[in-house]
Design a protein around this ligand. Structure first.
Ligand code: NAD
Length: 685
């Protein structure tokens, strides 16, 4: 992060509307920093926004009432404006605990404004609500429907009054320094739907207060039926009329408001309604959602609810004209998007059998994610998208550090991590592609090893996206390595997808160039876990069976391939090798000597190596679609808590140094428009 760059601070950016707005902000080229106390949201939403936008977003788990901590964020980042979502928002709850609402919403905003003022940030977009208008049918003659911004405010509950109070405070602060404060009040009508990607959406805690989240839970089987409160209103079908706005349209309204503030040279205070201007009844929405689901959902009509009124539709003409913004998405689209989000995430951001915790002293960028599926447990960290634990029947099978800091030790021998952009060695740390020579940093004698000093193992991957379907977890991490990093050409997007059932873990890699900076780059990905079945600090007495006995002959001094593929003396296919102190291995064995493919995922998943140990009945089989695998007995390990032979590695990948051999180079040259792919599976029985 650069102190020179300017940022938009988003309070409440982990929440429903905030997370969708952050996506639009990042997509419109803004740098964003998020502050959220997570009182009504989860960091998973932020992790998914990062995945979706392929961008790391600084996040601070701070209550905006803590002005000291908030100030530190303003010192660390050059904030040019604030979008202020942070608020408690449940109308019913606000009548039960009004003081908490006034304290959180009103005092929170005062704290924020003080910090902004101290730091000379005087531009704010505020999330207000149609609730400030109160019951507009009080005007009797329908003169205020659709509702214009000049409709007098008369909120009917503490939540609405907290919004009205904040609007008044913002108006006063603007009046106190009219030429500098720029204040946009956005009065939302009824936000609905979810991001079309299915990655983020509304995840209400407890019983949903709103129509569509409730209906979604009925559709997915979490609730029995929808209650419709009264069907004797004077609408076309007897149910009340509201102005439902797709959350993505609403999010875009904030970009428009920020743009308006930016181009206004003086100060200003102005309110805008964000609605569609088109009212829909409860039954209209019910039918649209039932259509998206493909079946009529159960409901019952019950008595009217106290406080409900016939019609609350916006007049959005002011926003349409001045902000040049208009809601474009239909309620049908919102229903389809909500259903996609619900089907893909039936329990919201929470997934049964999955939990995460902090893995480093500071921040949430590197978290430890644990998954339990019957006898199998796996823990994955963002750094390197690495495997920190892999246990079967309670036996830990990989070498690992117990905290994120130790993974940064210079002696860390790549424990559990994924390796890229190019695994293994590149001779002389240089290569030629399309007539151009690329120089890489040398990090092993004259060579480049495992992607260089800033390789995929040193970086916090974005995500993960965690899903569970029919008892199987999928966990996806993403990294975008920028053109020139470690000397490699092109912006490369890489996803690793772990698929975890009760007896296996599958790793699927997919990488592609994402823009037109270059026509090609080179890629070779693998995982560098150290396995140990012995329950002891050494792998001695492990029986390892290789299913291939051809290997890449290497020069004894440089450890680089000579180009010859020959039989490895000492390995007989299918015959176990008993690992003892003399059994040294660090060689690349060949599964397919004629391999040329860049994407091997269509190949058969072939068993390449099997390991057992007399102490345990667990049998461990490694399978892959890749044309070769490095088998390494871990003789170079010497790090905190571990010495040589504490674990062995099986690293399926492309041929070592392939780019330097014409006959193998196509295995690693990834062209624009193609995908690099490979699958490896660890199976236990
Ligand atoms: P949300 O609860 O999903 O998001 C609000 C976020 O603010 C949450 O992530 C919460 O953890 C955070 N937060 C609350 N108090 C905080 C504090 N003191 N410090 C830091 N973070 C804090 O709600 P939403 O639906 O996304 O609403 C966003 C804003 O829009 C709110 O101001 C809400 O009042 C307003 N609004 C919402 C609706 C609606 O129907 N969803 C309608 C009109 C207005």
């Amino acid at each position: 992060m650069s102190s020179q760059q300017e940022y938009i601070l988003v309070t409440g950016g982990a929440g429903y509307i905030g997370s969708h707005t952050v996506v639009e902000l990042v997509n419109s080229g803004q740098n964003v920093v998020i502050v959220d106390s997570l009182v009504n949201s989860s960091y998973d939403a932020v992790a998914r926004v990062e995945f979706l936008t392929q961008t790391a977003i600084p996040f601070f788990d701070i209550d905006i009432r803590d002005s000291e901590k908030l100030s530190e964020v303003f010192k660390q980042y050059k904030i040019k404006g604030v979008v202020h979502f942070a608020s408690l928002k449940a109308v019913g709850e606000s009548t039960q605990i009004p003081l908490s609402y006034y304290d959180n919403n009103v005092n929170g905003t005062i704290s924020l404004l003080n910090v902004m003022k101290e730091n000379k940030v005087k531009s704010i977009v505020f999330s207000s609500s149609a609730t400030v208008y109160g019951d507009v049918t009080r005007f009797g003659d329908n003169s205020m429907i659709p509702i214009p911004e000049n409709c007098p405010s008369d909120p009917t509950n503490p939540y609405g009054r907290s919004k009205f109070m904040i609007e008044s405070i913002l108006k006063d602060i603007h009046s106190s320094d009219e030429s500098n404060w720029k204040v946009a009040i956005l009065r939302y009508f009824n936000p609905i739907g979810a991001h079309p990607s299915g990655l983020i959406g509304e995840d209400p805690l407890g019983t949903p207060n709103n129509l569509l989240p409730y209906l979604a839970q009925v559709a997915i089987g979490r609730r029995e039926k929808l209650s419709i409160f009264g069907n004797d209103y004077a609408s076309h079908d007897g149910t009340p009329i509201r102005d439902y706005i797709h959350v993505v349209d609403l999010a875009k309204g904030h970009i428009a408001a920020l743009g308006y503030l930016a181009k206004n040279t003086g100060g200003l205070y102005r309110e805008w309604n964000l609605g569609t201007g088109k009212g829909s009844t409860v039954f209209d929405v019910y039918h649209a959602f039932s259509k998206a689901v493909g079946k009529e959902l159960p409901y019952e009509v019950v008595a009217r609810r106290a406080g409900d009124v016939l019609d609350l539709t916006a007049n959005p003409a002011r926003a349409n004209k001045e902000l040049e913004w208009k809601a474009e998405l239909s309620i049908e689209q919102a229903c389809a998007d909500l259903w996609k989000w619900t089907v893909q995430n039936p329990t919201g951001f929470k997934v049964e059998g999955y939990e995460w915790k902090k893995f480093e002293k500071v921040g949430l960028e590197n978290r430890l994610h644990s998954f339990t599926n019957g006898p199998l447990t796996i823990a994955l960290a963002n750094r390197g998208a690495l495997i920190q634990d892999l246990s079967f029947n309670g036996e830990h099978l990989v070498n690992a550090f117990d905290n994120g800091e130790d993974y940064k030790l210079p002696t860390n021998p790549y424990f559990g991590t994924n390796i890229g952009r190019v695994a293994n060695r590149i001779a002389n740390a240089e290569f030629q592609l399309n007539g151009k020579t690329y120089h890489l940093p040398k990090n092993e004698n004259q060579n480049s090893l495992h992607g260089g000093s800033l390789g995929f193992d040193k970086v916090n991957w974005l995500g993960p996206i965690v899903r569970k379907k029919e008892g199987v977890f999928t966990v996806e991490f993403l990294i975008v390595e920028k053109d020139g990093t470690n000397g490699y050409p092109g912006d490369l997007k890489t996803i690793i997808k772990y698929t975890i059932d009760s007896s296996s873990v599958q790793l699927e890699y997919e990488a592609e160039l994402i823009n037109d900076k270059v026509d090609a780059t080179i890629v070779n990905l693998t995982n560098h876990s150290y396995f140990n079945l012995s329950g002891e600090p050494t792998t001695d007495d492990t029986d390892v069976t290789l299913f291939y006995d051809q290997y890449m002959k290497v020069d004894d001094v440089s450890l680089l391939p000579t180009g010859d593929i020959v039989k490895f003396e000492g390995v007989t296919v299918g015959q176990p090798i008993h690992l003892d102190k003399d059994a040294f291995f660090d060689y690349c064995y060949i599964v397919d000597k004629d391999a040329t493919q860049i994407d091997t995922r269509g190949n058969e998943l072939k068993p390449v190596l099997q390991a057992t140990h007399p102490r345990t009945t667990t049998k461990f089989v490694f399978s892959t679609t890749e044309p070769s695998f490095q088998f390494y007995t871990g003789d170079g390990v010497n790090t905190k808590g571990f010495t040589k032979r504490s674990g062995f590695c099986v690293e399926p990948a492309r041929f070592v140094n392939a780019i330097h051999f014409d006959k193998w180079a196509s295995q690693v040259i990834l062209k624009k428009g193609e995908k690099w792919g490979g699958i490896t599976k660890y199976s236990f029985s």
